[in-house]
Design a protein around this ligand. Structure first.
Ligand code: DON
Length: 570
């Protein structure tokens, strides 16, 4: 396709401004305006069993937060390669009662005895396998704490009720699907290397076949213990001891305090005013909200979507490049760094940064490097839920790579993440997504690695869009493209927002990646002619799960990314 998805002119756009102001006031004043209609269940997840678990809880009178717990646990069972009790994630909530947006940071934390040198060879170069596979790769999980926090603070139903669907799914088993098989094929050797992992996730040491049943009795027991005794059952006592024994037998450095001291953190979400739309997204330690904010601010400075003879996507690519440059230079765990968040998302700063943009491609090498921190001027999963009480949730959860570190603890069925690889190990050396960084995101005890996961709400005159996606470093650009589509194109509904063709630039490597079979030769040439390197990537990426609700009422629509349905994800 050569036509850009956001063809709406500024003139047309402004026609909506007045209607928008009235509508937004009404949404804010009447947060319960969004209501479920009879049996309608507005839940978008990457797996039908997880959607069913959430819908069951809503039908029992649970709210969106109860459903979020049920979905989180069911995804841990149904998509163990993507998220789970051994991983972490972020939840963006809208709480109708207080009319507030709340961000729950359940990102994993580095264990207290870790050092960066554990990941380096004698010459000081990162040894990739160490942060990607096995015990050292695993950071202290946050998902069980998120389950407890959501349930205690926001839920309406007992943990026993909300975890029941996941327990029965783990116990009775489920048919493996094409996505499970594909993820297993990618990392078969990793799965074979660890005996418990192989026992549970392989069949006689080989990848499951279509129609095989995956049963996870140990995980069912772990979930049952949590449902009966609360999340302390995970972070203290026999489960914690089993995790620590497994990790340390495989060369890790976990201590009981790492687990018993783990807490989720509620943080202020990032709010961005873009034209007449308000975008709410993930704050640090996710880079999502700040990168989105910067990209959108730069686009505003450039009068996007006005064009001046160059392809309109050129400006979006340049905005991506600049925002990811600052991601590499300034972003990391806010509890460990003084990060100039207000400056980075300010229009004054965007105005200075936008001077890098011309009618031809900027060279990433000409931008300040990660060493320069002076301010100038199928794996992972996302779900969205809207309930009948005016609450909604966007959550992105992950174990990082497919099946995370590959290490499953001896007796708990808990598969551990490999999120230590999201730290910048070695300044300017890329991680598995080729993302670079510096000391802001260096390995430190108790620190959370920088993330790209971006659960997001967009509120505009069209209503509410709840969205997010897996996809590593490309998560933020997917959310950006869908937001631009939704905001600028009057025909961009939830289905279009999750389906539009995707391209991506992350500063380094200096190239535009584009999905295959999505852009014609003319589009590629128009960018190459002005100096962009364009790489048609070998497969499509992402698995966006969105819900759109029109203002005032029952008119919500669930949209699942077609890439997830046809199995071409990541
Ligand atoms: O937190 C992050 O940014 C990554 N660990 C997310 C990984 C991911 O999305 C992998 N998915 N396809």
């Amino acid at each position: 396709m050569s036509e850009s998805p956001w063809f709406m002119t500024r003139t047309v756009f402004t026609k909506f401004a007045i209607a928008y102001a009235v509508t937004m006031a009404a949404i804010i004043a009447h947060p319960q305006a969004i209501a479920n209609d009879g049996d309608a269940c507005f839940i978008a997840t990457a797996h039908p069993k997880a959607t069913a678990a959430g819908c069951k809880i809503l039908s029992k009178g649970g709210n969106a937060f109860d459903a979020a717990v049920a979905v989180t646990a069911a995804l841990a069972v149904a998509e163990p390669y993507a998220s789970g009790l051994g991983g972490g994630g972020f939840y963006l909530l809208h709480v109708s009662e207080s009319n507030k947006d709340i961000f729950i940071d359940a990102r994993e934390k580095a264990p207290m005895e870790i050092t960066e040198s554990a990941f380096l060879d004698n010459e000081g170069n990162p040894v990739k396998e160490k942060s990607r596979e096995g015990a050292l790769a695993a950071a202290i999980p946050g998902i069980p704490a998120a389950i407890g926090h959501l349930n205690r603070r926001y839920g309406a139903l007992p943990l026993k009720v909300v975890l029941a669907p996941a327990i029965s799914l783990a116990e009775n088993g489920l048919e493996v699907d094409a996505r499970f098989i594909r993820a297993s094929n990618w990392v078969t050797e990793r799965l074979q290397r660890f005996s418990k992992t192989s026992e549970i996730f392989l069949k006689n040491g080989e990848v499951f076949e279509d129609g095989d049943i995956l049963t996870q009795r140990a995980l069912a027991d772990t979930l049952r213990k949590i449902s009966e005794r609360g999340v302390d059952a995970f972070y203290k006592g026999e489960i914690a001891e089993d995790l620590i024994a497994t990790v340390n037998r495989h060369g890790g450095v976990w201590r009981s305090e790492d687990l018993s001291n783990y807490r989720v953190v509620e943080r202020e979400p990032i709010k961005i005013q873009y034209g007449d739309s308000e975008i709410t997204s993930a704050p640090l330690p996710s880079s999502g909200g700040l990168v989105l904010a910067q990209a959108l601010q730069v686009l505003k400075e450039l009068n996007f979507p006005a064009t001046t003879g160059v392809p309109i996507d050129h400006y979006v690519i340049e905005a991506m490049r600049l925002a990811y440059n600052d991601r590499a230079r300034f972003m990391g765990d806010p509890d460990f760094n003084q990060i100039p968040v207000d400056t980075l998302k300010s229009s004054e700063y965007a105005s200075k940064r936008s001077r890098y943009v011309s009618n031809s491609a900027t060279k990433s090498a000409d931008l300040p490097s990660v060493k320069n921190i002076a301010i100038e001027g199928e794996e992972t999963t996302h779900f969205s839920i809207v309930d009948g009480y005016g609450n909604y949730v966007a959550a992105t959860l992950s174990v990082n790579g497919p099946f995370g570190s590959g290490l499953t603890s001896d007796n708990t069925g808990v598969l551990l993440n490999n999120h230590m690889d999201d730290f910048a190990i070695g300044v300017g050396k890329g991680n598995s997504y080729k993302l670079v960084g510096n000391s802001f995101n260096s390995v430190e005890p108790g620190k959370r690695p920088l993330s790209s996961m971006s659960p997001t709400f967009v509120r505009s005159e069209k209503g509410l869009l709840v969205l997010g996606t897996p996809g590593g470093s490309r998560i933020i650009t997917m959310v950006l493209l869908s937001t631009l589509c939704y905001v600028h194109d009057p025909h961009c509904d939830a289905d279009k927002a999750v389906s539009i063709p995707r391209y991506h630039h992350q500063y380094l490597p200096d190239r535009v990646q584009a999905e295959p079979e999505s852009f014609d030769r003319a589009w590629v040439e128009s960018l190459e002619n002005i100096g962009h390197k364009v790489e048609i990537y070998r497969r499509k990426w992402g698995n966006m799960q969105a819900i759109h609700c029109a203002p005032f009422g029952v008119d919500c629509r669930v949209a699942n990314d077609p890439r997830g349905r046809i199995g071409v994800v990541f």
